[in-house]
Every structure is written in structure tokens, then in C-alpha cells.
Unconditional design. Structure first.
Length: 418
């Protein structure tokens, strides 16, 4: 039987070659023409034509001369950093943190301001201010951005286009949130993503979960949440709420039947920040917050004597509580690895991870390793930047049309400042 295939048209083949060359330049550049040809498998004439085409499109620029053998020099080419710009936001009840970057991933500007209030107009205004502040630092026209990705402690329901699981962040519960923000930013494409999901993306790209197609990431600070990556892709769920495990019914914790929906119940009541702090203080440990108290327990556990025994017992109880919530997720998902992150779990380090692993393996048949996150800095912003860059690069690298004017702006619009 003959396969139903179509031969590649010259324009399609050029687009494939262009995209492959741009990816190589992004990962390995700057490169000479022969180096680019060798890495992509293109002939010298094809590589030369490709580079000329990409230069004319504004995607590639010269990066000086490399001196080689006597009497020989070679021009170096690199991705044009101004080919696209993106902004990532991390929204919490306390503030908005914004970072602007170019298409290479280089950070150009950062900005912080208080989180929006209750009015929908205030949300748009504050997001616009955060994006504008980061762009001002970066020297970029906000209207010429290719994409904005917002990480928030909630999830957009794809069926209703409203933000859910975020009663603690006022002002964001507006109809058609993504479209409202996009319009408020002058048509710049906007994505709103759960913050823990973005942390999982950062862990998948840069951290301990790299190379794992199936993993669970648990975040614990004052609140507690999870992210699921299955088959290498984020699993968001039908309403965007996959991983919202804070109020998941959990053995050892009260349910909504006892406390009501607004009461302290579920996994949050068992292993959230206030519960962890209460456990540690019951063992005589002190700290201004759960992370500080866990860090003190780890320190004392290494000292020896009665204090070490007390601290170790406290950490074992915390680990047992964490494992009780992770166990049903592990039993259903059967992940390759469980990653612990967030202030409380990071403070426990490898010691707490080993204790959680021991408790988890006693509860479930699957026995995945439990490891501490290795992504530093602000992992929400790291994940948001990664998502924005991946989308922008796919759009820009898929076409040799000049990206100086994003698709959402008319062709006559002014390009961003250099």
C-alpha cells in the first residue's frame, strides 16, 4: 500500500531548514557559516542562502570575525536578540514581580510593585504597570512584546475563562480574564498559568526532574500545592485545577464535613505551613515561620544529644504528614520521581526528603525517589520565562518574515527601540 504523503515544497523545506538553523544558533552560536552547515547538515551554498535570508528577515546578525588559519577569517553569526521580547510575571497576594527578556533568554529588566486590589480595572492597570516597568528597565516598547506569561496562585478554567482556586487573590475574578488582560496590554498575547505548574516546567528544563517524563512536584510554604507532568507534558485537568491538593481529603486531617468549606481541612490542615509550625513548636522548636522552624530543626538534628533526638522526631512527624498527602497521588500517577520545593520543603533539604521518601515507601507500592528541587532563584519566574520564550521562539522561528513587528500589531506599527 502506498503511503499518502506529499513531497515537501521548496518553501516548506526552506522553513524547516531556517527553523533548524535558528535552533542551532540559539543553542551553539555564535557560529561561522561552515560550522552552521556542518551542524545542520546543509551544503555550503544552502547555508549561505539561508543566512542571507535570515539576515534580511532580521533574525540573524553578524557577530564579528573569527580568525582561523593564516590568511583565513570567517564571519560569525548569532541570533538577533531583538527578534522578540517577552515579559514574565509572578503574582502573589503581596506583590507582582516582572522580568523582561529577549529571545535568547537574556534578562533585560526587572520590576516589582504591590499586587492589584479588588477592582477589575485595577488588575489591568497594575499588570500594565508591572509590564511597563520591566520594559522601561529593558528599553523595550511594551506594545511590541511578543508574549506575556503570568504565574498566579490559581488556575484559569478553560470552559469559563475565569480564574479559580484563587479566592485569596482579590480582583482577579473577572470575566474572560486572559482576553481582558490582553486587551489591556494593547493586544499583546497573554497566558495565565498556575504558579506551581510553572515551577514544574522550570524543574523539567533546568532541575532534578530533567529527563523525567512523569513526575510529581510538591510545593509547600504557607499553602500547599502540586503539579503533575505526565508523558513530558503538564497535566492541567478539565478545569485547570489538577494539582490543587491543598484541600484534598487526607487521612489524619478533618474534612469539609467537620469544618465546612471555608474551614481548615484536608492536606492543607495536615501539612500546610501553619500545621508544620504547630508540630515543630510542640517539640520545642522555634521559628518565625514554618521554613525558619524547619531549618532550625535540621540544624539541631545534626548536633547530637537530646536536642537532636527531639528535632529528628519533629522532622519525622512532618515527613509523615507530607507523605500521607503524596501517597494517593503516587498510587494513582506512579511517577518516576517526586520533587519537593517551596520554602518549607527546601528548608528541610535532603534530610527531610529522605524522611519523606521513607514514609512514602511504607505507604505505597510505587516507590519513586523523593528529591529536593535544584532550581534556584524565583522558579515561578523561571518557568514563566521558559514558557513565554518557547512560544515566542516557535512563532518567530517558524517564519522568515521579519519579527520586528509582532503578529498582533499592524505592519505599519513602529518597531521596538533597539
Amino acid at each position: 500500500m502506498t503511503a499518502n504523503t506529499q513531497p515537501g515544497t521548496p518553501s516548506l523545506l526552506r522553513a524547516i531548514n531556517d527553523k533548524a538553523a535558528l535552533r542551532v544558533l540559539l543553542e551553539r552560536g555564535p557560529l561561522t557559516r561552515p560550522e552552521l552547515g556542518a551542524l545542520t547538515g546543509l551544503s555550503k551554498p544552502t547555508a549561505s542562502q539561508l543566512l542571507m535570508r535570515l539576515q534580511q528577515a532580521g533574525l540573524v546578525v553578524l557577530d564579528g570575525i573569527r580568525e582561523g588559519l593564516p590568511g583565513r577569517t570567517a564571519e560569525l553569526y548569532r541570533i538577533n536578540p531583538s527578534a522578540a521580547h517577552i515579559v514574565a510575571l509572578d503574582v502573589t497576594p503581596a506583590r507582582i514581580a516582572a522580568t523582561a527578556a529577549d529571545i535568547t533568554g537574556a534578562t533585560l529588566g526587572e520590576f516589582r510593585l504591590p499586587t492589584p486590589g479588588r477592582a477589575a480595572g485595577d488588575v489591568v492597570e497594575r499588570v500594565r504597570a508591572a509590564v511597563g516597568g520591566a520594559c522601561l528597565q529593558a528599553g523595550v516598547d511594551p506594545a511590541a512584546l511578543h508574549r506575556v506569561v503570568i504565574g498566579i496562585q490559581g488556575a484559569v478554567n478553560p470552559a469559563t475563562a475565569r480564574l479559580g482556586y484563587a479566592a485569596h487573590i482579590p480582583g482577579w475574578h473577572v470575566p474572560d480574564l486572559v482576553a481582558t488582560l490582553r486587551d489591556g496590554l494593547g493586544g499583546v498575547p497573554v497566558d495565565v498559568e498556575n504558579d506551581v505548574n510553572l515551577v514544574a516546567l522550570a524543574e523539567q528544563a533546568h532541575g532534578i526532574a530533567r529527563g523525567h517524563a512523569d513526575f510529581v512536584l510538591l510545593w509547600a510554604e504557607d499553602g500547599i500545592g502540586a503539579a503533575l507532568v505526565l508523558g513530558g507534558r503538564l497535566h492541567r485537568g478539565a478545569t485547570g485545577g489538577a494539582g490543587e491538593v491543598g484541600y484534598m481529603p487526607t487521612v489524619g486531617a478533618p474534612t469539609t464535613r467537620e469544618t465546612g468549606k471555608r474551614g481548615d481541612h484536608g492536606f492543607q490542615a495536615l501539612a500546610g505551613g501553619p500545621a508544620v509550625l504547630k508540630v515543630l513548636r510542640a517539640h520545642g522548636l522555634r521559628g518565625g515561620g514554618p521554613a525558619e522552624a524547619v531549618r532550625e530543626a535540621v540544624r539541631e538534628a545534626g548536633l547530637g544529644g537530646v536536642r537532636a533526638e527531639r528535632a529528628s522526631e519533629a522532622l519525622r512527624e512532618v515527613a509523615a504528614r507530607v507523605a500521607m498527602g503524596v501517597a494517593p497521588i503516587t498510587a494513582v500517577v506512579d511517577p518516576e520521581i517526586v520533587v519537593l520545593t517551596g520554602g518549607t520543603l527546601l528548608a528541610g533539604g535532603d534530610l527531610l526528603a529522605r524522611l519523606v521518601e521513607k514514609e512514602l515507601h511504607a505507604l505505597t507500592i510505587p516507590r519513586p525517589p523523593v528529591r529536593v528541587s535544584t532550581v534556584g532563584g524565583n522558579p515561578v519566574l523561571t518557568g514563566a520565562l521558559g514558557l513565554a520564550l518557547a512560544t515566542a521562539r516557535d512563532e518567530v522561528f517558524s517564519s522568515t518574515v521579519s519579527p520586528a513587528t509582532p503578529a498582533h500589531r499592524p505592519a505599519s506599527a513602529a518597531p521596538p527601540p533597539s
